[in-house]
Design a protein around this ligand. Structure first.
Ligand code: AMP
Ligand code: MG
Length: 431
């Protein structure tokens, strides 16, 4: 039994102008580019019903409402003795014990008369007549009576029915990517099946005559290994999407077109790297201009080059820069939010925080900069020794970015800067 039923096979297609951007001489600020992606993209994945236990990492297609309260009944938060709080006053209290005990899964099944107490264990439903529990460690008992110091605060050591979530309340919103804690919550609330989106399939193609597709192949001096493909495929898998490996294509329009065709058939979105600028050998952008409604976004960001955004047979294409540092940065800053929109998870904040700089820098106005950075043992942001765009080792050294604003700024050691961990971009390994 598959346990999954697809109920909605045809989400609306993207509009042809979803990547349209006024084409001027001006560079587009990062925030304007992000706003454009947010406005132009929506979920493209079908909806299916899945058992909660199979839904890790899936995106909710609709809000989930609690079918049952948590906790469903008032119960004891500790091991101890339960009674009606009105039965106690100041000073030492001694109450007769009723027969039996209340334990988790073993209700007492009888009422506790006023002025009496009952042995009760953590998780046991409060028997009728009990609203307060005194901790076992604070009691003395001879087996027939229980003694403790009063007064005892009303309802202490008990949990109200529905105090966590009440039946009928919204437990999780649409667009939530389900984590392990969500599976616990949904299960506790009596939810067995959820409407989730199919995983977004993301294809990756590397382009360039200089690239060697397989790690460790014998290399000629003019050849380099395709570093972007394993990086992008790993990012995609880590974001909970299904990676589709389109391999590597030389700088040849026919080959690239054939790979894009394969990608459009197998995936919901295609990421390419390399060949996306306007140079002689930039076959990706030429091809997309001719056949893919190319919109070349000149984003005011460093590292970065023009991003090629297009639709190939109706499937969105993100043409990332070839340089691995720029490809990684643009994948995190621009591709990830776009993929999140396409997956149905919506727009997600990228939390960063201010820390003192462990470096000095003078930055000109006009573009946002993402510096490869990590925190030192005093919580200050240090940046990689070189901003060189070919320095892949700096990406690996870093655990996040220092994000410098679009405006000019002069940073001295100790000045506050914004640090954004890779984890804020959904990258969970490394560092
Ligand atoms: P391009 O965007 O094609 O002009 O490439 C810019 C730089 O990135 C060049 O130095 C390329 O050799 C390099 N590059 C492109 N693609 C890759 C890749 N997949 N892995 C490593 N380096 C790459
Ligand atoms: Mg190239």
């Amino acid at each position: 039994m598959s346990g999954s039923v697809t109920t909605d096979l045809t989400p609306p297609r993207l509009r042809n102008d979803c990547f349209a951007m006024p084409q001027g001489v001006d560079w587009v600020p990062v925030d304007a580019a992000l706003d454009r992606l947010r406005a132009g993209l929506h979920a493209v994945t079908a909806v299916e019903q899945l058992p909660v236990a199979q839904a890790l990492g899936r995106v909710l297609a609709a809000p989930v409402v609690a079918l049952r309260s948590n906790p469903p009944q008032a119960n004891s938060a500790v091991d101890g003795y339960g009674f009606a709080q009105g039965a106690t006053g100041e000073g030492v209290q001694r109450l007769p014990l009723v027969a039996g005990r209340a334990a988790a899964g073993q209700p007492l099944g009888a009422a506790v008369p006023h002025g009496h107490a009952v042995r009760i264990l953590t998780g046991a439903i409060l028997p009728e007549g009990v609203d307060t529990v005194v901790l076992e460690e604070d009691c003395a008992t001879d087996g027939r009576t229980v003694a403790f110091d009063g007064p005892v605060k009303a309802r202490i050591n008990t949990r109200r029915a529905g105090e966590d979530v009440a039946a009928g309340a919204e437990a999780l919103p649409q667009g939530r990517a389900l984590g392990p804690a969500d599976l616990a919550l949904l299960t506790a609330l009596g939810v067995a099946q959820v409407a989730v989106r199919r995983r977004l399939r993301v294809a990756v193609l590397s382009t360039g005559d200089e690239l060697l597709p397989d790690p460790g192949m014998p290399a000629l001096p003019h050849q380099i290994y395709d570093a972007n493909r394993p990086m992008l495929l790993a990012l995609i898998a880590g974001w909970g999407f299904d990676p589709v490996d389109l391999g590597h294509a030389p700088d040849d329009a026919a080959t690239i077109a054939a790979r894009l065709d394969a990608g459009a058939a197998a995936a919901d979105v295609i990421l390419t790297s390399g060949g996306a600028s306007a140079g002689d050998e930039d076959h990706v952008s030429r091809l997309l201009r001719q056949h893919g409604q190319l919109s070349s976004w000149r984003i005011a960001v460093k590292p970065g080059r023009p991003l090629a955004l297009a639709l190939w047979r109706g499937v969105p294409v993100f043409g990332l820069p070839g340089n691995p540092v720029a490809a990684f940065t643009c994948a995190l800053v621009f591709a990830r939010p776009a993929l999140s929109m396409l997956s149905g998870a919506g727009w997600r904040p990228v939390p960063g925080f201010a820390v003192p700089a462990a470096f000095a820098k003078v930055k000109k106005a006009g573009r946002r900069e993402f510096l490869r950075a990590r925190l030192d043992d005093q919580g200050r942001a240090e940046v990689f020794r070189s901003e060189g765009s070919g320095r892949i080792s700096g990406l690996s050294w870093a655990t996040g970015f220092v994000e410098l604003p679009d405006a000019a700024c002069t940073i001295a050691p100790g000045d506050p800067v914004r640090f954004v961990p890779y984890a804020s971009f959904g990258v969970s390994f490394g560092g």
